[in-house]
Write a new protein. Sequence first.
Length: 580
Amino acid sequence: MKDFIYYFFLGREKVAFSQLSKNGGRKYRAICLFWLLLSIAFSLLYGAIALKQAFGSEYIVQDDARQHVFWMYRFLDPKLFPNDLIANYFQSVAPLGYKIVYAVPALFVIEPFLVNKLLPTCLGLITTCFSFAIFLELLPIPWGGFIAATILNQNLWLQDGLISATPKAFAIPLFLAFLYYYLKRSLWGVAISIALLGLFYPSLVFIAAGVLIWQLLPFSRGKQKGNYILSCVGLLVALVILLPYAISSSEYAPVITVAQARKLPEFVAGARAGFFDDNLWDFWFNGSRSGIKLSAALMPPLTYLAILLPVILKFPRIFPGVTRLNSKLKVLPELIIVSLLLFAIAHAVLFKLHLPSRYTQHTLKIAIVLAASIVTTLIFESLFGIFIKESNKLKSLMAIATAFCLAAVLIFYPYFAKSFVWTQYITGDATELYQFLQRQPKDTLIASLTSETDNLPSFTKRSILASREYAIPYHTGYYFPFRQRAIDTIAAQYSPDIEVVKNFIRKYDVDLWLLETSGFTVEYLQGDRWIAQHQSITREVTRSLQQGNTPALAAFIDRCSIFSDSRYDILATECILSQK
């Protein structure tokens, strides 16, 4: 047992790990490879759990992918979603690199949603390799690299960022690449990783630039000639990659102002784009859009150990591994400071730099996980040292028992976590409805207020007029027309005047109207939060229903229905228009 610990955990046979790493010996490389492969195995295991869910049903899609991937079927068939406001908007805001990742497989007739399901596992492997390598730059203990990679993988698979395979899924893998090459002082590595960040997740280019600027400041120790060149080249690449975003003008501009946002129910806490919250703790620390997302960084439980790092550094006699920590460790507080500064700037110019949380939610995870991994590694090493050297058998056994308990928390926590892995996959159960709509012409436009409408672009490849999932309110050129569509749909569906219905159909050139069997009741209106938030019209139609007025559309269900099951009816608008 002691020989095993010497070799695989303390990394030595009476030889210090620091000597092995400095000499770059075969033994050190072999141990590194062992722990890296084990890290990869755990990453693949987590990915396999997600893949099992991904292919568990014919109609299954990741929640965020419903927004960001459905329009990419245009790569396979350009005739899909013609003149579609929603598809055009999400295509316009998709970063170039993200588009390419899906467009290239489409050349080989590989469907975008298949790519979407396979990508998270690939991104998890990239994350694993870079987090492992970064840890070794900070503390050259290979099994510590395994701890870092495993904790970070668990963090990502406990949330829906990586699994979405949307632009945010690329943020951590690419920023880890930047951080690794920055620590290695690799000019080309830094330049390429910043360029890739700009192509996939531009917000983090600001963080990378901030880290590079930090080492040029007077109080920084990084002002050697090589560091100066590295910073200048990196900043130049950042400028070039961000310039197109700065000078280009979106066809859906302008960005919404704070004054406009405060007037919209969409920005109230808990709403579709909830931002403003009277609970200051949630607003600043946990808000998914407004806060630093501290709770998202503190997963799994071992991440809480990060707070002990400053304390442990003061006790090298108890934790001898402290002496092997690289001075590069200062990058962690620097990263946190830069992120918080940009978080504050994003709040100061609210919505112009998009959402403030983008500047902390990814980097905070990285910094906290690395700090927690260092603490865990140092604790393990101290416990193993006691086990090997302590002559008192009771103390020795207590040390190894504590180490095994800590290892059990690290390895087995996911199996006790209720949401591991948290995929946010949406499974569609209206199979006959999807199949019917798939047979309709490609230019079909569907109007509906049912929650199932969120799934139709993904499962049927047909356009919809409006639905909750696509109600993203940050560009007024998109959202104000979109919101008007929703208001008009509510007004028309519940109007007792058939002419209002017909005018609506003509205005938007609607082909099909999807109705839920319970869709004409007050309870239906009040039970759907997205419908209810359009208060100006919902109050009016609720009052109309309560007064006993029957929606004109209800009279056409028997006459104009072309599809019907226990829950849904689809009306042909051509039939409605032909009725007098």
